[in-house]
Ligand binder design. Sequence first.
Ligand code: NDP
Length: 282
Amino acid sequence: MELMDGKELAKNIRANLKEEVEELKKKGIYPKLAVIMVGDDKASAVYVRNKSKACNEIGVEYEEFLLKADTTMDELLELIQKLNKDEKIDGILLQSPIPRHLDINEAFMAIDPKKDVDGFHPVNVGKLSLNQDCFVSCTPYGIIKMLETYNVPIEGARAVIIGRSNIVGKPLIQCLLNKNATVTICHSKTKNLEEVTKQADILIAAIGKPEFVKGNMVKEGTAVIDVGINRTDEGKLLGDVNFEEVSKKASYITPVPGGVGPMTIAMLMTNVVKAAKYREQK
Ligand code: NDP
């Protein structure tokens, strides 16, 4: 079994991006990410801090827009429009969750697709499904990068995803399909889940339930990607995969923490640099 070290891989990606950012700066382009947060969700604050740290490390400018929990939809849309027009801002990220009285889909739709570094705008989602150049949602993008770096064969492989969220499971279908995998996606209504997961050459768990995937759900030699981040009452982080059981059978496995998490942020940085390059083309 080989551990897929997302932390190390993300570090290498950031080092390469730092060089690209330096090149852009020589041409007068200072890549910049704008992050919008509405309300004061504690988990979001941690994610946002990690994103700002990554920007700092690679030399990307970073600006945070903190809106009060009672912000109106009009106010949020007004800010997004302002950032869309600002030529010094390359990427716009709306940190979820946002308060319930706001329509997150409408907000994502308002972001200029060319600044949509999270890849959530329907234009980018559609382009991904057409296998066209676009911003790819960062977690699936990071998963593909990790599989490719570790030379896990994707073409022809049977890939099984557990979890059909808009940010992980669904875009991952397209990413794997674009790389010629045979893809199956499972969810809470899937019958005989274990029978399906046992067929996987590549198994991706994005469920949000600690240690849900047990050893008996995996065949020998499967590459296992654990997207889950679950915090126990004692503050320990657990993935969606029972690492102890599954690692005995897996060919490759990602740890939690130190697997998919750092890769997600590294791919966000990759998308910000890609967005900054659009400025070059203008
Ligand atoms: P969601 O909570 O949006 O979706 C969970 C999915 O799991 C749903 O599709 C649900 O099915 C499915 N599911 C729930 N229970 C079962 C079950 N018993 N059997 C089969 N499927 C089940 O998930 P997210 O994609 O947002 O997040 C998943 C996990 O990944 C979370 O722990 C989250 O914190 C983590 N995460 C980590 C990231 C990282 O960078 N490492 C990035 C994003 C998320 P149904 O649709 O039928 O309800």
